[in-house]
Design a protein around this ligand. Structure first.
Ligand SMILES: Cc1cc2nc3c(=O)[nH]c(=O)nc-3n(C[C@H](O)[C@H](O)[C@H](O)COP(=O)(O)OP(=O)(O)OC[C@H]3O[C@@H](n4cnc5c(N)ncnc54)[C@H](O)[C@@H]3O)c2cc1C
Length: 388
């Protein structure tokens, strides 16, 4: 067994289970703690591309991922009467070997691949942690306490591990001036194989409907430069906030809003990046969005989580559990990829959520004249060199 083998991972979405998989495979003993009572469903399609396709192949989960892949053929901008005003084929955003899968499906595939030999604890959370010589003492919200050799935060944008051990949230998050929300809606609102988007200045509402699924997601994005004081555990307050911004919009927005906010898997978050000078402090480190969220505008969140998890486990294995060596190498190896993905987001927001009516008109004209596609392709399809 390697040194420092008792590893606590906080968060069971994408990065957490992927890390648990690799640690287990290399002889470590990961425990995963997740605040939600079960793996969380929900989310639109996320992309597995480049290096993360190779990693999923090594994990043996590629067939399951392909089975559950989405079938999205086009992105369509519509007007209030639901007429198509412009659009792009999905190939603009995805290279031939990219795989798009609903985030909840990917989380489930990763959970299934690890559930038999990883200790998962749902419905609990780290309350506090104290680093001592040679170990980390952890107290949980449930009142339990335990000692681990290392702790990894895979607990997303508002990571408690990051807050407790590395950097306060206010210093870590760089708000990109947008909020994003989604929830399941009646599939009849969407056309199979299409992502439909309806814009008004500074806002977009849409329906994501894979032709391979009999569900659809209603999603919303809005420009709001202020950092709103949101309690991310209070769904009712989040729903009220979203209604306040969207309830007067036309198209199918009232129905989408009513249905999405009735979904127990409703999700709302700021579109913010995590940019911190160090991902680790002592025996604690971060993986995925907790350490280096690039946002959904990068199209790279799931890929970075898979890549980061693999790299961290590989370095820990190579260093025989010596976290000082492994955390440094992990960070040095992954930072260039993260930096590139974090830089790519601004064109995406201008395209998806133009701030003004002239901006929407211009976006539609450029799309019709096929002038926007090369830019979209550049933003969303990193070349292998850019992803390396
Ligand atoms: C419900 C949901 C829907 C999403 N929808 C989209 C989408 O449509 N498009 C997109 O690009 N990205 C979406 N994301 C983000 C996307 O999953 C990530 O960008 C990416 O996959 C990296 O995943 P991650 O595992 O690092 O973080 P996340 O996917 O954010 O997962 C973090 C996990 O940690 C858990 N957690 C949080 N706090 C604690 C705590 N204190 N203790 C224990 N556990 C905790 C959360 O419940 C969650 O399961 C969504 C995330 C979630 C959770």
């Amino acid at each position: 067994m390697p040194n420092n083998s008792r590893i606590l991972i906080s968060g069971a979405s994408i990065a957490g289970p992927a890390l648990a998989y690799w640690l287990r495979r290399n002889g470590f003993q990961p425990t995963v703690i997740e605040r939600a009572p079960a793996p969380r469903t929900g989310g639109n399609g996320v992309d597995i591309r480049g290096e993360s396709v190779r990693i999923a192949g090594l994990m043996g989960i590629l067939p399951r991922i392909r089975e559950r892949a989405t079938d999205i053929r086009a992105l369509t901008f519509v007007d209030a009467a639901n007429h198509r005003v412009a659009g792009m084929p999905n190939s603009t955003f995805n290279a031939a070997d990219d795989i798009e899968i609903m985030r909840g499906d990917l989380a489930e595939v990763l959970y299934e691949a690890t559930a038999d030999d990883v200790d998962y604890r749902f419905g609990d959370s780290i309350h506090s942690l104290v680093q001592r010589q040679g170990a980390v003492e952890v107290a949980f919200d449930s009142g339990r306490t335990a000692e681990f050799d290392l702790v990894v935060g895979a607990d997303g944008l508002h990571s408690r591990v990051r807050n407790l051990a590395i950097t306060p949230e206010a210093d870590a998050l760089h708000h990109l001036g947008l909020y994003f929300a989604l929830g399941q809606v009646d599939p009849e609102h969407g056309r199979p194989g299409e992502v439909a988007l309806y814009n008004t200045p500074g806002k977009v509402a849409g329906v994501y409907r894979s032709a391979a699924h009999d569900i659809a997601t209603g999603f919303f994005m809005l420009r709001e430069p202020r950092v709103l004081d949101i309690d991310y555990r209070d769904q009712d307050a989040q729903k009220a906030l979203l209604r306040g911004y969207f309830e007067t919009e036309s198209w199918q927005v009232p129905e989408l809003l009513a249905q999405a906010t009735s979904d127990p898997g409703f999700y709302l978050d700021a579109v913010s990046q995590v940019r911190i000078p160090r991902w680790s402090a002592g025996r604690v480190t971060l993986v995925g969005d907790a350490g280096y969220c690039a946002t959904l505008l990068s199209g790279a969140g799931a890929a970075l989580a898979l890549e980061g998890a693999h790299r961290l486990a590989t370095e820990l294995t190579a260093a025989d559990g010596d976290h000082r060596i492994a955390f440094d190498r992990y960070e040095a190896g992954l930072r260039p990829t993260v930096a590139k993905r974090q830089r790519s987001v601004h064109a995406g927001s201008a395209m998806l959520v133009p701030a003004s009516r002239p901006g929407i008109w211009l976006r539609n004209q450029l799309t019709r004249l096929l002038l926007l596609q090369p830019l979209a392709a550049k933003v969303f399809q990193p070349t292998p060199a850019a992803a390396a």
